[in-house]
Design a protein around this ligand. Structure first.
Ligand SMILES: Cc1cc2nc3c(=O)[nH]c(=O)nc-3n(C[C@H](O)[C@H](O)[C@H](O)COP(=O)(O)OP(=O)(O)OC[C@H]3O[C@@H](n4cnc5c(N)ncnc54)[C@H](O)[C@@H]3O)c2cc1C
Length: 430
């Protein structure tokens, strides 16, 4: 998401030689939904790709937080105000729509953006002309060195670029095990056509969260209400032994059903739709905050520098904000010397880093509140949920809290980059 957005933002600004190296053979259409928050939509709209993505998405007008075991409602929060307040609705969609929309946008700049699929980048070097080794998956093609004026590491949570930068700068920032994992499930209409309760959820415009001790499920319809998407969070036990090597695995259906065995019958029916052998579990990892995202003419983007737990649904949105800001700052370079490039990248970091890390913290805190077991803290949380029914106070599910939404959706980081570039560029030192 970060790489495609950055490439498109740079092309829109008139950059002519943008090369994207992707180790996968295609965009890897993960079968999962994604929340398209207004701050993400704003960047995508500026880049001219939002309309296509929006056309396949679902407009969310309300959210319901419920007790997993009983299905009783803890909180109901209307979200219609979001469109009027922030200029974009809160939508949810299929990951393939988001990636496809960005990719189609890039293809409209085929003269400027060149894609190199099935090609892995590693051995990153720094300096006025950073470089890396590109290794095609096709073993008959020899690895080659790519040199660039600016190298942007949008290579996700396992980023080779981050590892190289930290090694060079002798910085220790370890991968942190969150001890959480997620099942991602998509239910198609024909699987539930005889279940009126589930059909009503699929046809609605609601995000529902069922919560329980150390676990929750968030669910919403995507793809013009033809698919119901579930994303769970539960204690990680299956990945416990594997450290860095793997992040997804085929899960065992009976284990998945066991994890949510005490959730209500409706949730059980949803989980039961997953075909045997198609349970996919994701490890949820983050890493310690980095002291810097930039070295010389190299910068890190997206999960490479600010991976987050999904509880605020902001990981991709933040990677997309990065792309918008990079386009805006590099477009305003007074010249293309390595010193100016480094300073412009530092302006990017200045605009993005504190915001991204604040959201990473908030997502972790929201997860802790959602996953509380019996005790005083849970009682206080549920008191807040109850107060909310009277229209008072904060929402313990931070994703649904209006003050948090103002921080997330009400800030236009690309506009800040355009407005403040000169001032910040003058401030940063090389
Ligand atoms: C369960 C779950 C639910 C989520 N829900 C949401 C949500 O609702 N909304 C939201 O905004 N975010 C959500 N996220 C977060 C979001 O998916 C990520 O934050 C986002 O994908 C990060 O984008 P990225 O471009 O930084 O990294 P990625 O999407 O991981 O992309 C990195 C790319 O780099 C490629 N790559 C990696 N290494 C190399 C290499 N060495 N050479 C070449 N290519 C390489 C990879 O193949 C990949 O295509 C969720 C995450 C999870 C786990």
């Amino acid at each position: 998401m970060g790489g495609l957005t950055t490439a498109l933002a740079l092309a829109k600004e008139g950059f002519k030689h943008i090369d994207v190296y992707e180790s996968a053979s295609n965009l890897g259409f993960v079968g999962a939904g994604i929340q398209l928050a207004p701050n993400m939509a704003r960047v995508l709209d500026n880049l001219g790709v939002w309309k296509q993505i929006e056309a396949e998405a679902v407009n969310i007008t309300e959210t319901s937080v419920r007790v997993g075991a009983s299905d009783s409602e803890l909180a109901h929060v209307p979200l219609e105000y979001i469109h009027d307040t922030y200029g974009y609705p809160h939508m949810v969609g299929h990951r393939s729509s988001l990636a496809g929309g960005l990719y189609d946008g890039c293809l409209k700049h085929a003269e400027q953006i060149h894609f190199h699929f099935s090609t892995t980048a590693d051995k990153v070097t720094f300096g006025p002309k950073p470089s890396f080794t590109a290794t095609p998956r096709d073993a008959s093609q020899a690895p080659y060195t790519v040199e660039a004026d600016v190298l942007l590491g949008c290579d996700g949570i396992k980023s080779n670029t981050r590892v190289a930068m930290l090694e060079l700068l002798n910085i220790q920032a370890h991968v942190k095990d969150t001890h959480q994992a997620a099942y991602r499930i998509m239910i198609h209409r024909d699987q539930i056509k005889d279940d009126p309760e589930l059909l009503a959820l699929m046809e609605g415009n609601k995000v529902t969260r069922w919560i329980g001790e150390k676990r929750h499920i968030i669910a919403y319809p995507v793809s013009n209400n033809t698919i119901y998407n579930l994303s769970t969070t539960q204690p990680d036990s299956n990945f416990a032994a594997a450290t860095n090597a793997t992040y997804t695995t085929r899960g065992d259906k009976s284990v998945m059903l066991g994890v949510f065995a005490d959730f209500c019958p409706m949730v059980q029916r949803m989980l039961a739709t997953v075909p045997e052998g198609e349970v996919c579990e994701w490890k949820l990892r983050v890493h310690e905050p980095l002291p810097t995202w930039v070295h010389e003419s190299v910068a890190l983007v997206g999960d490479a520098c600010h991976p987050t737990l999904p509880h605020l649904a902001q990981g991709a949105a933040q990677a997309i904000e990065d792309g918008g800001v990079l386009g805006a700052v590099l477009a305003q370079l007074p010249d293309t010397t390595p010193a100016s490039i480094n300073k412009a990248l530092k302006v990017y970091e200045k605009i993005r880093k504190n915001r991204a890390y604040a959201l990473v913290e908030l997502a972790a805190a929201s997860g802790r509140a959602l996953h509380l077991g019996d005790g005083a803290a849970k009682e206080e949380r549920d008191r807040q949920f109850a107060a909310l029914k009277e229209g008072k106070g904060p929402v313990p599910d931070k994703w649904a809290d209006a003050d948090v939404q103002r921080e997330l959706y009400g800030v236009d980081t690309t506009a800040i980059a355009r407005e403040k570039f000169q001032e910040l560029f003058a401030e940063v030192t090389v």
